[in-house]
Write a protein that binds this ligand. Structure first.
Ligand code: 5GP
Ligand code: ZN
Length: 128
């Protein structure tokens, strides 16, 4: 009888080393602004605007490119949470930007899917 190999695809080790998984687990302190069963949101440690929040899934998904087709509703949920947070931050009227960087050339530094919510100043029109 053949025994299934442990599934380390996507990187169990990467997950253990993952800064955002450690934030989800409470091992790295952060001020959680919102949480539910699927996602948490907290302030970026190096803010690029007066509001700079990160919305992340609790589950370790390395990037958008690793998101299974069946899980695309997660992104809609993250947008919903971001819209609520924008209201709470008082930037819903003035405007804001949601960004998901994907992969090296997309500017992603932390390999755990996350959405940036930026606002509170006029953001540059540049997209890169
Ligand atoms: P990326 O370039 O991967 O899209 O963005 C990663 C973001 O995570 C950066 O804006 C960075 O400042 C933020 N970040 C990295 N490490 C930490 C951390 O330990 N705590 C918090 N709150 N933000 C972090
Ligand atoms: Zn992770």
């Amino acid at each position: 009888m053949s025994r299934a190999k442990p599934n380390t695809k996507g990187g169990n080790r990467g997950k253990m080393d993952c800064i955002f998984c450690q934030i989800v687990a409470g091992e790295i302190p952060s001020k959680i602004l919102y949480q539910d069963e699927e996602v948490i949101a907290f302030r970026d440690i190096n803010p690029m605007a007066s509001t700079h929040l990160l919305i992340i899934p609790r589950r370790h998904i390395p990037s958008l490119a690793h998101l299974p087709d069946t899980e695309t509703p997660l992104i809609g949920h993250m947008v919903k949470v971001a819209n609520q947070l924008a209201k709470g931050e008082g930037i819903a009227e003035s405007g804001y930007r949601l960004v998901i960087n994907c992969g090296k050339e997309g500017g992603q530094l932390v390999p755990h899917l996350h959405m940036h919510l930026l606002g509170g100043r006029r953001l540059s029109g540049a997209l890169g």
